[in-house]
Design a binder for this molecule. Structure first.
Ligand SMILES: Nc1nc2c(ncn2[C@@H]2O[C@H](COP(=O)(O)OP(=O)(O)OP(=O)(O)O)[C@@H](O)[C@H]2O)c(=O)[nH]1
Ligand SMILES: [Mg+2]
Length: 380
């Protein structure tokens, strides 16, 4: 984790004091936009903000999260069985029918009443038994490795964490079980349209906006660009060997780099604080350090002009981190853009995200004072 510029260390408290002295209404509500390609982690950051600084999670929200979590498990298993077939991977002879039946029942309840939905928030009996049998099959784990790279199978990055929890804890996913904050953060639901949430840091009010990042969703973004005070662009570091859900021929990282350039250079954000979250560092380190998947694989031909890295000597991932940072920033006209604040994040880690969120609030307030003339631009 790290901020890229000198003002990072200034405490929110000092900034609050200065802001208090400013004319009333000069700051108002800070409009903070989360942008980035699909599955990069925007909604997960949004959830963290809601949990840490906003209204938290009420009962209805938890029912919805439980419903979605169980759906991620059931649909993930069914999709992986299809993926195994497509890719010629042999699986043990396990009964998929209870899983398919549970998925069908859930489809009926998706738009139904909250009461009916509540009944669908567990995985018990035959469906649980089948799911656990699949998880114990080494062929299934092989299919997971292959299908996670191919976006169209729609396997959440957090799928194996969910399955491990289900396998280790006999209470997890049962009717009486209450998900933890960590469970809520694992849920994968594609965002369509937008969601917003008000929250406060110190005396400053923020309106945080989350949007859908997949191609079809991005057409809607333009309607939100008016008077944006700050942008957090989220990208996933671990996606370097994955293709898009909406287009199995495009590498996710390539898509993200060009999307970043387009928005970082946009005149609409020229006075906005602009932050780049290089997210999913946990998954990235696992792929890069443990699985040794090269970040610039000639076979993937994802960035032919970028230098290759000697992975063997890069024990602390610093070469790789720098590679990613350069990939995003060297592509952008920084004279046009101004400062980009870079943070390496694991959006699933609540205590680390708390620190990152506070530092980001400082960036935003600093930029706000600068554009309102309270701080000269050349101090940055
Ligand atoms: N391991 C890991 N998983 C993460 C991290 N951030 C998000 N995820 C998971 O990645 C998946 C996608 O995250 P979302 O927050 O739904 O992504 P999004 O950018 O909102 O996606 P769209 O709504 O489609 O644009 C979820 O299953 C999250 O739990 C992270 O830092 N590490
Ligand atoms: Mg989302």
């Amino acid at each position: 984790m790290g901020g890229s510029h000198s003002l990072v260390g200034i405490k929110s408290k000092n900034l609050d004091k200065k802001l208090e002295k400013s004319k009333k209404g000069e700051v108002g509500v800070v409009k903070l936009l989360l942008l980035g390609a699909g599955e990069s982690g925007k909604t997960t950051v949004f959830k963290q903000m809601r949990y840490l600084k906003g209204r938290g999670f009420d009962e209805d929200y938890m029912v919805e999260m439980k419903f979605q979590l169980i759906g991620n498990v059931l649909e993930g298993v069914a999709n992986l069985v299809t993926g195994a077939k497509d890719n010629g991977i042999e699986l043990r002879d396990i009964d998929l029918e209870p899983v398919e039946r549970a998925i069908e029942l859930r489809q009926k309840e998706k738009l139904g009443s909250q009461g009916a939905k509540k009944k669908m928030t567990c995985i018990e009996g035959d469906s649980r038994k089948s799911v656990l049998e699949y998880w114990a099959d080494p062929g299934f784990k092989g299919a997971l490795d292959i299908c996670q790279k191919i976006g169209k199978y729609n396997i959440p990055d957090t799928f194996s964490r969910m399955m491990d929890k289900l396998a280790k804890d006999s209470n997890w996913g049962t009717q009486n079980w209450t998900p933890s904050i960590d469970d809520v953060l694992l849920v994968r639901v594609r965002t369509t349209g937008m969601a917003d949430e008000m929250f406060s840091i110190g005396k400053v009010k923020f309106r945080l906006i989350d949007v859908g990042g997949q191609r079809a969703e991005r057409r809607k973004w333009i309607h939100l660009f008016n008077s944006v005070t700050s942008v957090i662009f989220v990208t996933s570091l671990s996606e370097y060997d994955q293709t898009l859900w909406e287009d199995s021929t495009t590498n996710r990282l390539q898509e993200s780099v060009s999307l970043f350039k387009e928005h970082a250079e946009s005149y609409q954000f020229k006075d906005s604080a602009f932050m780049l979250f290089l997210n999913k560092v946990d998954l990235f380190e696992m792929k890069y350090k443990e699985k040794r998947i090269p970040i610039n694989d000639p076979e993937l031909n994802n960035f032919p002009d970028a230098p290759t890295i000697d992975q063997e000597t890069d024990d602390d991932c610093s070469l790789a981190r720098n590679w990613f940072q350069q990939l995003f920033l060297s592509n952008v006209d920084l004279a046009k853009r101004g400062t980009v604040y870079v943070h390496y994040t694991n959006a699933l880690d609540t205590s680390k995200m708390q620190v990152v969120i506070n530092v980001c609030a400082d960036h935003i307030l600093q930029m706000n004072m600068m554009t309102s003339g309270m701080v000269p631009k050349d101090t940055l």
